[in-house]
Design a protein around this ligand. Structure first.
Ligand SMILES: *Cc1c(COP(=O)(O)O)cnc(C)c1O
Length: 450
C-alpha cells in the first residue's frame, strides 16, 4: 500500500512538470499543439547512457541526446574538471583576454589535425560555427582581392543548422520552407548518398558521379564561388545518408583545382562518431575550415568552434582593422565549456576510445543481425558508432516507432522512416545487446499495431 502511494506521488509530479513546461516552455523543433498529445519525458537526472524521469523510469539514450553525449550523462571525470573550473573562472571575455582552457584546447585541436588547421575560433552553438565559417571564407577571399567570390555550394539534403546563414546552405524542406524568402541563394549539388546507387553502381561509383556534378558547377561558376560545405561521411539529418570517402578526396581535389574553400562540417560526425576522431581522416584530407560542436564538450555545455588553416588566418592578419575578423559572441571561448572539451579529449587519450568503440560496434552489429532477414527493412548501414536502416511503412511509422521504443525504455527518434542508433560511447556488452533487442522489438510493435 505504502509503495503504491509513493508511486502515485511521483506520477503526479511528472504530470505536473509536463503541464508547467507546456504552459511556459517553447520546445525546440516541435509543433506545440501536437506536443500536448504526445507526453514529454519529464527528466529528473541522468547516469551513464541512461536518462531517468520523475517517476523513476529509466530510458536508454539511444541518440546521445541529439548526438551530443559521448561518455554518459553526469560523467564524473568531466564534472570534476567543471567543478574545478567553476571555482577558478566560470567566464571571462576572450577579446583582449585569454585563459588556459581556450589556449590548451586550441593547441590540442591543432595537434589532432597534424597542424593542418592551426587556428581556432570559438562560438557556442553549431549553427554559429557554420555562420562563422561562411563569413570567414567570404572575407578571406575578399582580403585577397576576390570580392566576387560570394556564393556557396551545399549538398542535396544537407543540414548545417537553423540560423539564417546556416539555413541558406541547408537543403531540408521542413526546416527551410517557411523561411525561404529570408534565405540567401546556395548552389545545391548531388549527394553522394550510397542509397541512391543506380543499377550496377556501388558506393564508389555514386561518389564519383556526385563529384562530377560538383565539377560541372565549378567549371562554369568557380570565379563566383567562395566555398563548398560538406558533412563528411554521414549526412546525419538527411536520415543518416552515408557515403564513400572517395567523395571527399575528389571534392578536395576540385577545391584545389578551382580555388574554392572546403568547409567540413564535423559538428555531428567529429569526435570519434564515424570511427576516426575526425571523419575527414578516413579520406586522408583536411579541409580549409572545419566546424566542431555537439560531442566536443562531451554533451555537457554549448561549445562550437571553427578550425582554420594558418593560410586563411594569414589573410586577415594586417594593419587595417577592417581586414580582421570582427565577429564575436558574448560567451566566445567560455572557460567552462573549454574545460569540458579538454576533459573529453583527455578521455579519448587515456581510454583508447576509438579502439574500444570498434569492439562495442561489433557487439551491437551481431545483436542487430536479425534485421537482415526482416522483410520491411532495407539499406541497413553503419559508419563507426552510427547505425541506420530504412523501413518500408506508411508516413506515421516514425512516430509510432518512437512511442513503441519509449514504452520499452528506449529513447529513439526516427528521421522519416529511417530508424537510427547513435548511442553514447559507454555501452557495456549487456546494454548493447539489450539496446539491439528493444530496437528490433519496437520495430515489430510499430508495424503490427497499425
Ligand atoms: C546539429 C548540426 C548543426 C547545428 O548545430 P546546433 O548546435 O544545433 O546549432 C550543424 N551542422 C550539423 C552537421 C549538425 O548535425
Amino acid at each position: 500500500m505504502e509503495s503504491r502511494m509513493h508511486h502515485r506521488t511521483h506520477l503526479t509530479q511528472s504530470a505536473e512538470w509536463r503541464a508547467r513546461s507546456l504552459r511556459h516552455v517553447w520546445h525546440p523543433c516541435t509543433q506545440m499543439k501536437r506536443q500536448a498529445t504526445l507526453p514529454l519525458l519529464a527528466l529528473s537526472h541522468g547516469t551513464g547512457p541512461w536518462l531517468v524521469d520523475m517517476d523513476g523510469r529509466r530510458y536508454l539514450d539511444g541518440i546521445s541526446s541529439w548526438w551530443v553525449n559521448l561518455f554518459g550523462h553526469a560523467n564524473t571525470r568531466i564534472n570534476a574538471a567543471l567543478n574545478d573550473q567553476l571555482s577558478r573562472l566560470p567566464h571571462a571575455m576572450l577579446a583582449g583576454c585569454t585563459h588556459a582552457p581556450a589556449v590548451e584546447l586550441a593547441e590540442r585541436l591543432s595537434i589532432l589535425t597534424g597542424g593542418a588547421l592551426g587556428h581556432c575560433f570559438f562560438a557556442s552553438d553549431g549553427a554559429s560555427a557554420v555562420e562563422i565559417a561562411l563569413k570567414m571564407s567570404f572575407h578571406a577571399w575578399r582580403n585577397l582581392g576576390h570580392d566576387q567570390k560570394r556564393e556557396f555550394v551545399c549538398i542535396r539534403h544537407s543540414y548545417h543548422g537553423e540560423t539564417l546563414g546556416a539555413l541558406s546552405v541547408t537543403d531540408v524542406a521542413v526546416f527551410r520552407n517557411a523561411y525561404g524568402p529570408l534565405l540567401g541563394h546556395a548552389h545545391v549539388v548531388a549527394s553522394p548518398d550510397a542509397r541512391t546507387a543506380q543499377a550496377g553502381e556501388d558506393a564508389l561509383a555514386v561518389a564519383q558521379r556526385a563529384a562530377s556534378d560538383l565539377q560541372t558547377l565549378l567549371e562554369t561558376r568557380h570565379a563566383q564561388i567562395a566555398a563548398i560545405i560538406v558533412e563528411p561521411l554521414v549526412q546525419c539529418a538527411a536520415g543518416m545518408a552515408m557515403h564513400h570517402p572517395a567523395y571527399l578526396r575528389r571534392v578536395r581535389e576540385l577545391c584545389d583545382q578551382y580555388s574554392v574553400h572546403l568547409i567540413a562540417d564535423e559538428i555531428a560526425v567529429g569526435c570519434g562518431r564515424t570511427g576516426s576522431f575526425f571523419a575527414c581522416e578516413q579520406a586522408e584530407i583536411w579541409p580549409d575550415l572545419m566546424t566542431l560542436s555537439k560531442g566536443i564538450s562531451g554533451g555537457t555545455l554549448p561549445l562550437s568552434l571553427v578550425l582554420s588553416t594558418d593560410a586563411i588566418h594569414e589573410t586577415f592578419y594586417d594593419d587595417q582593422i577592417a581586414r580582421g575578423f570582427l565577429h564575436s559572441h558574448s560567451y566566445t571561448g567560455n572557460p567552462m565549456a573549454c574545460r569540458a572539451a579538454l576533459a573529453t579529449l583527455e578521455i579519448f587519450d587515456t581510454d583508447d576510445v576509438l579502439a574500444r568503440n570498434r569492439d562495442r560496434a561489433a557487439v551491437l552489429d551481431a545483436a542487430l543481425a536479425p534485421l537482415q532477414a526482416h522483410a520491411a527493412v532495407h539499406h541497413i548501414r553503419r559508419t563507426g558508432m552510427i547505425w541506420a536502416f530504412d523501413v518500408a511503412a506508411d508516413a506515421g511509422f516514425g512516430q509510432r516507432y518512437a512511442s513503441a521504443a519509449l514504452a520499452r525504455g528506449l529513447l529513439l527518434r526516427p528521421i522519416g522512416n529511417t530508424v537510427y542508433l547513435m548511442p553514447p560511447y559507454v555501452l557495456d556488452d549487456d546494454t548493447a545487446i539489450w539496446l539491439a533487442r528493444q530496437t528490433l522489438a519496437a520495430l515489430d510493435d510499430a508495424l503490427e499495431h497499425h
